[in-house]
Design a protein around this ligand. Structure first.
Ligand SMILES: [Zn+2]
Length: 153
């Protein structure tokens, strides 16, 4: 999506209800603005094909998970991509966050496959192939391996 929304001073001067403000700013973290990253990736890797998506930071958890850390999710029905807010930290490289977002965005363009017994395969061969095309794929996977423990208890 090439559309860029500019925040005007006029707009900012309008008072908003706290809840509304919260909803509007859920893409802006302390360190990273997900919407900006999403638009850049959409143009560069998907020819602007992903339309009408909301890309937001998920809810903060009180405790870090013990075993599994979910970096991001995509909900196709209502076009919401949620990124784990634990990634909104200064030690997380931008290129890693870009990879996480790219992975979720790829789900919206590569169809799932049905496998035996009504089960779905989301990380298909086609998906994996296209994921590896991402420029910093190897570096990102290595970073993930080396830093996963920082996100777990
Ligand atoms: Zn996935």
């Amino acid at each position: 999506m090439a559309r860029k929304t500019k925040k005007t001073k006029r707009k900012l001067a309008h008072p908003k209800f706290p809840m509304q403000q919260l909803l509007n700013l859920r893409h802006e973290g302390t360190h990273f603005d997900l919407r900006a990253i999403f638009h850049e990736l959409n143009e560069r890797h998907f020819r602007g094909r992903l339309r009408g998506y909301n890309v937001i930071w998920g809810r903060r958890r009180k405790h870090r998970p013990r075993e599994q850390f979910i970096f991001g999710t995509i909900q196709e029905e209502d076009r919401v991509i949620r990124i784990n807010p634990a990634l909104d930290q200064p030690f997380v490289p931008l290129w890693f966050l870009r990879y996480v977002l790219y992975h979720e965005m790829l789900h919206s363009v590569v169809p799932d496959e049905m496998i035996s017994g009504n089960r779905r395969r989301v990380h298909t061969e086609e998906f994996n192939r296209r994921e590896r095309e991402f420029p910093s794929y190897r570096r990102a996977r290595r970073w993930e391996e080396e830093n996963l423990s920082r996100f777990l208890r």
